[in-house]
Design a protein around this ligand. Structure first.
Ligand code: SAH
Length: 495
Protein backbone atom coordinates (compact mmCIF):
# COMPACT_ATOMS: atom_id res chain seq x y z
CA UNK A 1 0.00 0.00 0.00
CA UNK A 2 1.18 3.43 -0.91
CA UNK A 3 2.44 6.01 1.55
CA UNK A 4 1.15 8.74 -0.71
CA UNK A 5 -1.29 11.12 0.96
CA UNK A 6 -4.41 12.21 -0.86
CA UNK A 7 -6.08 15.51 -0.24
CA UNK A 8 -9.70 16.51 -0.37
CA UNK A 9 -10.80 17.73 -3.84
CA UNK A 10 -7.65 16.34 -5.44
CA UNK A 11 -8.43 15.03 -8.93
CA UNK A 12 -7.40 11.42 -9.52
CA UNK A 13 -7.59 9.14 -12.53
CA UNK A 14 -8.66 5.56 -11.80
CA UNK A 15 -9.49 2.38 -13.62
CA UNK A 16 -12.47 0.76 -11.98
CA UNK A 17 -12.04 -2.97 -11.45
CA UNK A 18 -14.73 -4.05 -9.01
CA UNK A 19 -18.10 -3.20 -7.45
CA UNK A 20 -18.64 -2.85 -3.70
CA UNK A 21 -21.48 -4.34 -1.68
CA UNK A 22 -23.72 -1.36 -2.37
CA UNK A 23 -22.89 -1.11 -6.06
CA UNK A 24 -20.10 1.51 -5.79
CA UNK A 25 -17.21 1.26 -8.26
CA UNK A 26 -13.85 0.33 -6.77
CA UNK A 27 -10.49 1.14 -8.32
CA UNK A 28 -6.98 1.06 -6.92
CA UNK A 29 -4.12 3.50 -7.29
CA UNK A 30 -0.83 1.86 -6.26
CA UNK A 31 -2.84 -0.66 -4.27
CA UNK A 32 -4.90 1.98 -2.43
CA UNK A 33 -8.64 1.47 -3.07
CA UNK A 34 -11.08 4.27 -3.84
CA UNK A 35 -14.87 3.87 -3.81
CA UNK A 36 -16.67 5.88 -6.48
CA UNK A 37 -20.45 5.90 -6.76
CA UNK A 38 -21.72 5.65 -10.33
CA UNK A 39 -18.53 4.09 -11.74
CA UNK A 40 -18.41 0.48 -12.96
CA UNK A 41 -15.70 -2.06 -13.79
CA UNK A 42 -14.15 -1.30 -17.15
CA UNK A 43 -14.53 2.48 -16.75
CA UNK A 44 -11.56 4.78 -16.67
CA UNK A 45 -12.62 7.88 -14.80
CA UNK A 46 -11.56 11.17 -13.31
CA UNK A 47 -12.80 11.69 -9.79
CA UNK A 48 -12.30 14.17 -6.98
CA UNK A 49 -11.24 12.89 -3.60
CA UNK A 50 -13.92 13.31 -0.93
CA UNK A 51 -12.57 11.51 2.10
CA UNK A 52 -9.52 9.41 2.82
CA UNK A 53 -9.31 6.85 5.59
CA UNK A 54 -6.35 4.69 6.60
CA UNK A 55 -7.06 1.83 4.20
CA UNK A 56 -9.48 3.28 1.66
CA UNK A 57 -10.82 6.47 0.17
CA UNK A 58 -14.02 7.86 -1.34
CA UNK A 59 -14.11 9.96 -4.48
CA UNK A 60 -16.81 11.68 -6.52
CA UNK A 61 -17.14 10.82 -10.21
CA UNK A 62 -16.26 13.83 -12.36
CA UNK A 63 -15.81 12.49 -15.84
CA UNK A 64 -15.83 9.14 -17.59
CA UNK A 65 -12.76 9.11 -19.81
CA UNK A 66 -13.36 5.64 -21.21
CA UNK A 67 -16.72 3.97 -20.65
CA UNK A 68 -17.02 0.30 -19.78
CA UNK A 69 -18.77 -1.91 -22.35
CA UNK A 70 -21.12 -2.91 -19.51
CA UNK A 71 -22.53 0.61 -19.23
CA UNK A 72 -26.25 1.07 -19.80
CA UNK A 73 -28.42 4.15 -20.18
CA UNK A 74 -30.61 4.42 -17.04
CA UNK A 75 -34.28 4.54 -17.98
CA UNK A 76 -35.31 6.73 -15.08
CA UNK A 77 -35.27 10.55 -15.02
CA UNK A 78 -34.20 10.73 -11.36
CA UNK A 79 -31.67 7.90 -11.41
CA UNK A 80 -28.57 8.84 -9.42
CA UNK A 81 -30.48 11.30 -7.24
CA UNK A 82 -33.09 8.89 -5.89
CA UNK A 83 -31.66 6.29 -3.52
CA UNK A 84 -33.86 3.38 -4.62
CA UNK A 85 -31.83 1.93 -7.52
CA UNK A 86 -28.05 1.65 -7.62
CA UNK A 87 -27.29 -0.48 -10.69
CA UNK A 88 -29.40 0.95 -13.51
CA UNK A 89 -26.24 2.19 -15.25
CA UNK A 90 -25.04 -1.42 -15.52
CA UNK A 91 -26.24 -3.79 -18.26
CA UNK A 92 -28.50 -6.47 -16.86
CA UNK A 93 -26.13 -9.35 -17.63
CA UNK A 94 -23.42 -7.56 -15.65
CA UNK A 95 -25.86 -6.90 -12.77
CA UNK A 96 -26.47 -10.65 -12.57
CA UNK A 97 -22.75 -11.45 -12.56
CA UNK A 98 -22.24 -8.88 -9.81
CA UNK A 99 -24.96 -10.48 -7.67
CA UNK A 100 -23.60 -13.99 -8.16
CA UNK A 101 -20.21 -12.77 -7.06
CA UNK A 102 -21.68 -10.91 -4.09
CA UNK A 103 -23.26 -14.11 -2.77
CA UNK A 104 -20.10 -16.15 -3.36
CA UNK A 105 -17.87 -13.52 -1.74
CA UNK A 106 -20.06 -13.33 1.36
CA UNK A 107 -20.19 -17.11 1.73
CA UNK A 108 -16.43 -17.27 1.32
CA UNK A 109 -15.34 -14.31 3.46
CA UNK A 110 -17.99 -14.31 6.17
CA UNK A 111 -19.25 -17.88 5.91
CA UNK A 112 -15.80 -19.46 5.64
CA UNK A 113 -16.84 -21.66 2.71
CA UNK A 114 -13.88 -22.74 0.54
CA UNK A 115 -13.77 -21.69 -3.10
CA UNK A 116 -13.77 -25.29 -4.31
CA UNK A 117 -16.89 -26.05 -2.26
CA UNK A 118 -18.53 -22.94 -3.71
CA UNK A 119 -17.60 -24.04 -7.25
CA UNK A 120 -19.35 -27.32 -6.57
CA UNK A 121 -22.52 -26.07 -4.84
CA UNK A 122 -23.31 -22.73 -6.48
CA UNK A 123 -25.88 -22.77 -9.26
CA UNK A 124 -26.44 -19.96 -11.79
CA UNK A 125 -28.48 -16.98 -10.63
CA UNK A 126 -32.18 -16.95 -11.53
CA UNK A 127 -32.37 -13.79 -13.65
CA UNK A 128 -35.39 -11.89 -14.87
CA UNK A 129 -35.19 -12.32 -18.62
CA UNK A 130 -38.50 -10.68 -19.43
CA UNK A 131 -37.50 -7.14 -18.56
CA UNK A 132 -36.27 -5.38 -15.50
CA UNK A 133 -38.58 -2.38 -15.13
CA UNK A 134 -42.13 -2.12 -13.70
CA UNK A 135 -41.75 -5.34 -11.74
CA UNK A 136 -42.67 -4.12 -8.26
CA UNK A 137 -46.17 -4.94 -6.98
CA UNK A 138 -45.67 -2.62 -4.01
CA UNK A 139 -44.65 1.02 -3.58
CA UNK A 140 -44.27 3.18 -0.49
CA UNK A 141 -44.08 6.86 -1.32
CA UNK A 142 -43.05 9.33 1.40
CA UNK A 143 -44.68 12.78 1.52
CA UNK A 144 -43.04 16.02 2.55
CA UNK A 145 -42.90 19.75 1.85
CA UNK A 146 -40.41 21.41 -0.48
CA UNK A 147 -38.61 24.71 0.14
CA UNK A 148 -41.44 26.67 -1.47
CA UNK A 149 -44.00 25.09 0.83
CA UNK A 150 -45.50 22.74 -1.77
CA UNK A 151 -46.44 19.19 -0.83
CA UNK A 152 -44.21 16.70 -2.65
CA UNK A 153 -44.13 12.96 -2.84
CA UNK A 154 -41.47 10.74 -4.30
CA UNK A 155 -38.39 8.99 -3.04
CA UNK A 156 -35.68 9.66 -0.55
CA UNK A 157 -32.37 10.77 -1.99
CA UNK A 158 -29.69 8.19 -1.17
CA UNK A 159 -28.86 8.05 2.56
CA UNK A 160 -31.00 11.09 3.40
CA UNK A 161 -34.59 11.89 4.16
CA UNK A 162 -34.94 14.68 1.63
CA UNK A 163 -37.62 13.81 -0.91
CA UNK A 164 -37.04 13.80 -4.66
CA UNK A 165 -40.37 14.55 -6.31
CA UNK A 166 -41.31 11.59 -8.51
CA UNK A 167 -44.71 9.95 -8.81
CA UNK A 168 -43.82 7.37 -11.45
CA UNK A 169 -41.00 5.12 -10.27
CA UNK A 170 -40.00 3.03 -13.29
CA UNK A 171 -39.80 -0.12 -11.16
CA UNK A 172 -43.44 0.24 -10.10
CA UNK A 173 -46.76 -0.03 -11.92
CA UNK A 174 -47.79 3.00 -13.97
CA UNK A 175 -51.11 3.23 -12.07
CA UNK A 176 -49.15 4.52 -9.05
CA UNK A 177 -48.87 7.89 -10.68
CA UNK A 178 -52.64 8.25 -11.06
CA UNK A 179 -53.20 7.24 -7.43
CA UNK A 180 -50.60 9.68 -6.12
CA UNK A 181 -52.02 12.49 -8.21
CA UNK A 182 -55.45 11.87 -6.62
CA UNK A 183 -53.88 12.05 -3.16
CA UNK A 184 -51.92 15.23 -3.99
CA UNK A 185 -55.06 16.92 -5.41
CA UNK A 186 -57.06 15.93 -2.33
CA UNK A 187 -54.35 17.36 -0.05
CA UNK A 188 -54.38 20.62 -1.96
CA UNK A 189 -58.15 20.89 -1.97
CA UNK A 190 -58.57 20.23 1.75
CA UNK A 191 -55.36 21.78 3.01
CA UNK A 192 -53.92 18.49 4.30
CA UNK A 193 -50.30 18.98 5.31
CA UNK A 194 -47.51 16.48 4.76
CA UNK A 195 -45.78 15.15 7.88
CA UNK A 196 -42.62 16.92 8.96
CA UNK A 197 -40.28 14.51 10.69
CA UNK A 198 -38.23 17.32 12.21
CA UNK A 199 -41.03 18.88 14.28
CA UNK A 200 -43.44 15.91 14.25
CA UNK A 201 -46.25 18.04 12.79
CA UNK A 202 -48.40 17.51 9.69
CA UNK A 203 -50.67 14.66 8.65
CA UNK A 204 -49.66 12.46 5.73
CA UNK A 205 -46.44 10.44 6.09
CA UNK A 206 -46.55 7.77 3.39
CA UNK A 207 -48.84 6.18 0.86
CA UNK A 208 -48.56 2.43 0.43
CA UNK A 209 -49.79 1.00 -2.85
CA UNK A 210 -50.05 -2.70 -3.70
CA UNK A 211 -51.36 -4.25 -6.89
CA UNK A 212 -52.03 -7.95 -7.38
CA UNK A 213 -49.92 -9.23 -10.27
CA UNK A 214 -52.57 -11.55 -11.67
CA UNK A 215 -55.71 -10.11 -10.04
CA UNK A 216 -54.98 -6.44 -10.83
CA UNK A 217 -56.62 -5.59 -7.48
CA UNK A 218 -55.26 -2.40 -5.96
CA UNK A 219 -54.76 -1.47 -2.32
CA UNK A 220 -54.03 2.06 -1.11
CA UNK A 221 -53.15 2.71 2.51
CA UNK A 222 -52.34 6.19 3.87
CA UNK A 223 -49.99 6.36 6.83
CA UNK A 224 -51.03 9.31 8.97
CA UNK A 225 -49.87 11.23 12.00
CA UNK A 226 -53.39 11.72 13.46
CA UNK A 227 -56.10 9.70 15.14
CA UNK A 228 -58.44 9.92 12.17
CA UNK A 229 -58.28 10.65 8.46
CA UNK A 230 -60.17 13.86 7.65
CA UNK A 231 -62.12 14.17 4.38
CA UNK A 232 -61.82 10.43 3.88
CA UNK A 233 -65.01 10.27 1.87
CA UNK A 234 -63.82 12.81 -0.68
CA UNK A 235 -60.54 10.96 -1.10
CA UNK A 236 -62.33 7.65 -1.65
CA UNK A 237 -64.66 9.25 -4.18
CA UNK A 238 -61.74 10.09 -6.41
CA UNK A 239 -59.65 6.95 -5.77
CA UNK A 240 -62.54 4.53 -6.37
CA UNK A 241 -62.74 5.66 -10.00
CA UNK A 242 -59.35 4.07 -10.69
CA UNK A 243 -59.67 0.75 -12.47
CA UNK A 244 -58.86 -2.14 -10.11
CA UNK A 245 -59.30 -0.17 -6.85
CA UNK A 246 -60.18 -2.73 -4.20
CA UNK A 247 -59.13 -1.55 -0.76
CA UNK A 248 -58.55 1.89 0.78
CA UNK A 249 -57.39 2.23 4.36
CA UNK A 250 -55.30 4.32 6.69
CA UNK A 251 -52.76 3.33 9.29
CA UNK A 252 -51.92 5.53 12.27
CA UNK A 253 -48.23 6.03 12.97
CA UNK A 254 -47.45 8.81 15.45
CA UNK A 255 -43.99 7.61 16.38
CA UNK A 256 -40.83 9.36 15.32
CA UNK A 257 -39.32 6.33 13.63
CA UNK A 258 -38.17 4.95 10.30
CA UNK A 259 -40.81 2.23 10.46
CA UNK A 260 -43.36 3.16 7.83
CA UNK A 261 -46.64 1.52 8.81
CA UNK A 262 -48.45 1.84 12.14
CA UNK A 263 -49.42 -1.18 14.23
CA UNK A 264 -52.93 -1.33 12.84
CA UNK A 265 -55.07 -0.11 9.95
CA UNK A 266 -58.64 1.07 9.36
CA UNK A 267 -60.52 0.29 6.18
CA UNK A 268 -62.41 3.26 4.74
CA UNK A 269 -63.51 1.84 1.40
CA UNK A 270 -63.78 -1.63 -0.10
CA UNK A 271 -62.13 -4.72 1.34
CA UNK A 272 -59.42 -5.06 3.97
CA UNK A 273 -57.23 -7.15 1.67
CA UNK A 274 -56.43 -7.66 -1.99
CA UNK A 275 -56.25 -11.08 -3.54
CA UNK A 276 -53.55 -12.48 -5.76
CA UNK A 277 -52.29 -15.84 -6.83
CA UNK A 278 -48.93 -17.54 -6.96
CA UNK A 279 -48.44 -20.13 -9.67
CA UNK A 280 -46.18 -23.14 -9.62
CA UNK A 281 -46.03 -25.72 -12.39
CA UNK A 282 -49.65 -26.34 -13.31
CA UNK A 283 -51.17 -25.33 -9.99
CA UNK A 284 -51.86 -21.98 -8.35
CA UNK A 285 -52.63 -20.88 -4.80
CA UNK A 286 -54.81 -17.90 -3.88
CA UNK A 287 -53.66 -15.37 -1.29
CA UNK A 288 -55.23 -12.49 0.60
CA UNK A 289 -52.76 -9.76 1.47
CA UNK A 290 -53.43 -7.06 4.08
CA UNK A 291 -51.59 -3.72 4.34
CA UNK A 292 -49.35 -4.81 7.22
CA UNK A 293 -48.33 -8.21 5.90
CA UNK A 294 -45.14 -9.02 4.06
CA UNK A 295 -45.56 -10.09 0.46
CA UNK A 296 -42.67 -10.51 -1.99
CA UNK A 297 -42.51 -7.41 -4.20
CA UNK A 298 -41.58 -9.14 -7.46
CA UNK A 299 -44.33 -11.64 -8.30
CA UNK A 300 -42.59 -13.19 -11.31
CA UNK A 301 -39.34 -13.87 -9.47
CA UNK A 302 -41.21 -14.94 -6.33
CA UNK A 303 -42.62 -17.93 -8.20
CA UNK A 304 -39.13 -18.91 -9.34
CA UNK A 305 -37.64 -18.41 -5.89
CA UNK A 306 -40.33 -20.53 -4.22
CA UNK A 307 -39.88 -23.22 -6.87
CA UNK A 308 -36.17 -23.38 -6.06
CA UNK A 309 -36.92 -23.53 -2.31
CA UNK A 310 -39.45 -26.32 -2.83
CA UNK A 311 -37.05 -28.27 -5.00
CA UNK A 312 -34.38 -27.97 -2.30
CA UNK A 313 -36.89 -29.10 0.36
CA UNK A 314 -37.13 -32.42 -1.52
CA UNK A 315 -40.54 -33.38 -0.13
CA UNK A 316 -42.19 -36.73 -0.69
CA UNK A 317 -45.44 -36.29 1.24
CA UNK A 318 -44.21 -37.86 4.49
CA UNK A 319 -42.34 -34.97 6.04
CA UNK A 320 -42.94 -32.73 9.02
CA UNK A 321 -41.81 -29.23 8.03
CA UNK A 322 -41.19 -26.04 10.01
CA UNK A 323 -41.60 -22.84 8.00
CA UNK A 324 -40.01 -20.10 10.11
CA UNK A 325 -40.65 -16.42 9.30
CA UNK A 326 -43.62 -17.59 7.25
CA UNK A 327 -45.41 -14.27 6.60
CA UNK A 328 -48.88 -14.88 5.14
CA UNK A 329 -48.04 -18.53 4.57
CA UNK A 330 -46.98 -18.28 0.93
CA UNK A 331 -44.18 -20.83 1.18
CA UNK A 332 -46.00 -22.82 3.92
CA UNK A 333 -48.97 -23.60 1.69
CA UNK A 334 -46.82 -24.74 -1.22
CA UNK A 335 -44.85 -26.91 1.22
CA UNK A 336 -48.10 -28.30 2.70
CA UNK A 337 -49.17 -29.58 -0.70
CA UNK A 338 -46.10 -31.82 -0.76
CA UNK A 339 -45.54 -32.63 2.93
CA UNK A 340 -47.38 -34.44 5.72
CA UNK A 341 -47.66 -31.39 7.97
CA UNK A 342 -46.26 -27.86 8.09
CA UNK A 343 -45.83 -25.58 11.13
CA UNK A 344 -45.52 -21.87 10.28
CA UNK A 345 -44.11 -19.27 12.70
CA UNK A 346 -44.41 -15.52 12.15
CA UNK A 347 -44.14 -12.40 14.34
CA UNK A 348 -46.81 -10.16 12.74
CA UNK A 349 -50.29 -11.12 14.04
CA UNK A 350 -52.10 -9.79 10.96
CA UNK A 351 -49.87 -11.90 8.73
CA UNK A 352 -50.83 -15.00 10.71
CA UNK A 353 -54.52 -14.08 10.40
CA UNK A 354 -53.97 -13.81 6.64
CA UNK A 355 -52.06 -17.12 6.67
CA UNK A 356 -54.93 -18.96 8.38
CA UNK A 357 -57.45 -17.46 5.96
CA UNK A 358 -55.22 -18.37 3.04
CA UNK A 359 -55.00 -21.99 4.18
CA UNK A 360 -58.81 -22.12 4.39
CA UNK A 361 -59.25 -20.40 1.07
CA UNK A 362 -57.09 -23.03 -0.61
CA UNK A 363 -58.63 -25.95 1.29
CA UNK A 364 -55.28 -26.82 2.90
CA UNK A 365 -55.65 -28.43 6.33
CA UNK A 366 -52.22 -29.90 7.09
CA UNK A 367 -50.74 -26.59 8.23
CA UNK A 368 -50.69 -24.89 11.65
CA UNK A 369 -49.62 -21.31 12.28
CA UNK A 370 -48.11 -19.71 15.39
CA UNK A 371 -47.77 -16.00 16.15
CA UNK A 372 -44.58 -14.80 17.80
CA UNK A 373 -40.85 -14.31 17.37
CA UNK A 374 -39.26 -17.50 16.06
CA UNK A 375 -36.45 -17.19 18.62
CA UNK A 376 -38.98 -17.03 21.47
CA UNK A 377 -41.54 -19.54 20.25
CA UNK A 378 -39.14 -22.26 19.15
CA UNK A 379 -37.18 -22.88 22.35
CA UNK A 380 -40.40 -22.90 24.41
CA UNK A 381 -42.80 -24.76 22.16
CA UNK A 382 -42.73 -28.45 21.67
CA UNK A 383 -43.14 -28.54 17.94
CA UNK A 384 -42.80 -32.08 16.61
CA UNK A 385 -39.38 -33.06 15.27
CA UNK A 386 -38.96 -31.56 11.77
CA UNK A 387 -37.59 -33.46 8.80
CA UNK A 388 -37.12 -30.21 6.93
CA UNK A 389 -36.85 -26.61 8.19
CA UNK A 390 -37.44 -23.69 5.85
CA UNK A 391 -36.32 -20.25 7.08
CA UNK A 392 -36.90 -16.95 5.33
CA UNK A 393 -35.84 -14.22 7.79
CA UNK A 394 -35.65 -10.45 7.22
CA UNK A 395 -32.29 -8.79 6.41
CA UNK A 396 -30.88 -9.15 9.89
CA UNK A 397 -30.96 -12.93 9.47
CA UNK A 398 -31.87 -15.49 12.12
CA UNK A 399 -31.60 -14.75 15.79
CA UNK A 400 -29.07 -16.87 17.67
CA UNK A 401 -31.80 -18.56 19.77
CA UNK A 402 -33.62 -19.50 16.59
CA UNK A 403 -30.47 -21.00 15.00
CA UNK A 404 -29.62 -22.83 18.20
CA UNK A 405 -33.08 -24.40 18.34
CA UNK A 406 -32.88 -25.36 14.68
CA UNK A 407 -29.60 -27.12 15.26
CA UNK A 408 -30.92 -28.90 18.33
CA UNK A 409 -34.02 -29.97 16.43
CA UNK A 410 -31.66 -31.70 14.01
CA UNK A 411 -33.77 -31.76 10.85
CA UNK A 412 -32.35 -33.64 7.92
CA UNK A 413 -32.43 -30.59 5.68
CA UNK A 414 -32.53 -26.82 6.16
CA UNK A 415 -33.62 -24.60 3.29
CA UNK A 416 -32.46 -21.06 3.98
CA UNK A 417 -34.06 -18.27 1.91
CA UNK A 418 -32.23 -15.00 2.45
CA UNK A 419 -32.42 -11.38 1.30
CA UNK A 420 -28.99 -10.45 2.67
CA UNK A 421 -25.88 -12.41 1.69
CA UNK A 422 -23.87 -11.15 4.68
CA UNK A 423 -26.27 -12.39 7.37
CA UNK A 424 -26.93 -15.53 5.33
CA UNK A 425 -23.20 -16.24 5.33
CA UNK A 426 -22.95 -15.61 9.08
CA UNK A 427 -25.80 -18.04 9.75
CA UNK A 428 -24.45 -20.62 7.28
CA UNK A 429 -21.19 -20.52 9.18
CA UNK A 430 -23.02 -21.30 12.40
CA UNK A 431 -24.95 -24.15 10.80
CA UNK A 432 -21.80 -25.61 9.22
CA UNK A 433 -20.01 -25.45 12.57
CA UNK A 434 -22.92 -27.35 14.07
CA UNK A 435 -23.21 -30.35 11.84
CA UNK A 436 -24.73 -29.07 8.60
CA UNK A 437 -23.12 -29.25 5.19
CA UNK A 438 -23.75 -26.65 2.48
CA UNK A 439 -25.15 -28.59 -0.46
CA UNK A 440 -26.66 -26.12 -2.90
CA UNK A 441 -26.71 -22.35 -3.36
CA UNK A 442 -28.93 -20.50 -5.83
CA UNK A 443 -29.01 -16.70 -6.02
CA UNK A 444 -32.21 -15.19 -7.41
CA UNK A 445 -32.61 -11.65 -8.72
CA UNK A 446 -35.76 -10.40 -7.01
CA UNK A 447 -34.72 -6.76 -7.27
CA UNK A 448 -33.25 -5.88 -10.69
CA UNK A 449 -31.48 -2.49 -10.88
CA UNK A 450 -30.74 -2.50 -7.15
CA UNK A 451 -27.81 -4.09 -5.32
CA UNK A 452 -30.12 -6.46 -3.43
CA UNK A 453 -30.02 -10.18 -4.07
CA UNK A 454 -32.04 -13.08 -2.73
CA UNK A 455 -30.46 -16.51 -2.19
CA UNK A 456 -31.74 -20.01 -1.51
CA UNK A 457 -29.39 -22.47 0.21
CA UNK A 458 -29.76 -26.14 1.00
CA UNK A 459 -27.93 -27.48 4.04
CA UNK A 460 -28.05 -31.09 5.04
CA UNK A 461 -27.42 -32.71 8.38
CA UNK A 462 -24.25 -34.74 8.67
CA UNK A 463 -24.70 -35.57 12.38
CA UNK A 464 -26.57 -38.45 13.94
CA UNK A 465 -29.99 -37.41 15.16
CA UNK A 466 -29.21 -38.02 18.84
CA UNK A 467 -29.63 -34.91 20.98
CA UNK A 468 -26.26 -35.41 22.76
CA UNK A 469 -24.38 -34.81 19.57
CA UNK A 470 -25.39 -31.17 19.23
CA UNK A 471 -22.95 -28.51 20.17
CA UNK A 472 -24.41 -25.86 22.46
CA UNK A 473 -22.77 -22.52 22.01
CA UNK A 474 -21.88 -20.34 24.95
CA UNK A 475 -23.03 -16.82 25.66
CA UNK A 476 -20.04 -15.16 24.01
CA UNK A 477 -20.76 -16.97 20.81
CA UNK A 478 -24.37 -15.88 21.07
CA UNK A 479 -23.19 -12.28 21.17
CA UNK A 480 -20.93 -12.89 18.22
CA UNK A 481 -23.85 -14.06 16.13
CA UNK A 482 -25.94 -11.13 17.21
CA UNK A 483 -23.52 -8.59 15.75
CA UNK A 484 -24.05 -6.87 12.46
CA UNK A 485 -27.70 -6.28 13.04
CA UNK A 486 -29.93 -4.73 10.49
CA UNK A 487 -28.16 -2.12 8.44
CA UNK A 488 -29.54 1.37 8.59
CA UNK A 489 -31.11 1.92 5.23
CA UNK A 490 -32.70 5.17 4.29
CA UNK A 491 -34.01 4.19 0.87
CA UNK A 492 -37.66 3.34 0.54
CA UNK A 493 -37.41 0.06 -1.32
CA UNK A 494 -38.34 -2.53 1.20
CA UNK A 495 -37.43 -6.00 0.01
N1 SAH B 1 -41.73 -16.46 3.93
C1 SAH B 1 -42.56 -15.31 3.74
C2 SAH B 1 -42.09 -14.07 4.51
C3 SAH B 1 -40.64 -13.74 4.43
S1 SAH B 1 -40.21 -12.11 4.98
C4 SAH B 1 -42.71 -14.97 2.27
O1 SAH B 1 -41.91 -15.41 1.44
O2 SAH B 1 -43.66 -14.27 1.93
C5 SAH B 1 -39.74 -12.31 6.62
C6 SAH B 1 -40.90 -12.46 7.57
O3 SAH B 1 -40.36 -12.64 8.86
C7 SAH B 1 -41.83 -11.25 7.65
O4 SAH B 1 -43.16 -11.68 7.45
C8 SAH B 1 -41.62 -10.73 9.07
O5 SAH B 1 -42.80 -10.18 9.63
C9 SAH B 1 -41.20 -11.98 9.80
N2 SAH B 1 -40.38 -11.82 11.02
C10 SAH B 1 -39.50 -10.84 11.32
N3 SAH B 1 -38.87 -11.10 12.48
C11 SAH B 1 -39.37 -12.27 12.94
C12 SAH B 1 -39.11 -13.07 14.09
N4 SAH B 1 -38.21 -12.68 14.99
N5 SAH B 1 -39.77 -14.23 14.22
C13 SAH B 1 -40.69 -14.62 13.31
N6 SAH B 1 -40.98 -13.90 12.19
C14 SAH B 1 -40.33 -12.75 12.01
Amino acid sequence: MTEKKYEKNQIIEIQITDLGSEGEGIGKIDGFPFFVKGAIPGDTIRASVMKVKKNLGYARLQEIEKASCDRAMPECPVYGRCGGCQLMHLKYEAQLKYKEKKVRDALHRIGGVDEDVLNRVTEPIIGMGEGVLRYRNKAQYPFGTDRDGNVVCGFYAGRTHSIISQTDCTLGHSVNREILQCVLNWMKEFGIAAYDEVNGKGMLRHVLIRRGHYSGEIMVSLVINAEELPHAEELCQSLEKIDGMHSISYSINRKNTNVIMGDNYHVIWGKATIGDEIRRNESALQFDISPLSFYQVNSIQMERLYSAALEYAGLTGKETVWDLYCGIGTISLFLAKEARIVYGVEIVPQAIEDAKENAKRNGIENVKFFTGAAEEILPKSNLPHPDVIVVDPPRKGCDYACLDTMVKAGSQRIVYVSCDPATLARDVRFLRENGYELKRVRPCDMFPNTYHVETVCLLSNTQSKKKESYITLDVEMADYYRIKNERKNSTTFSV
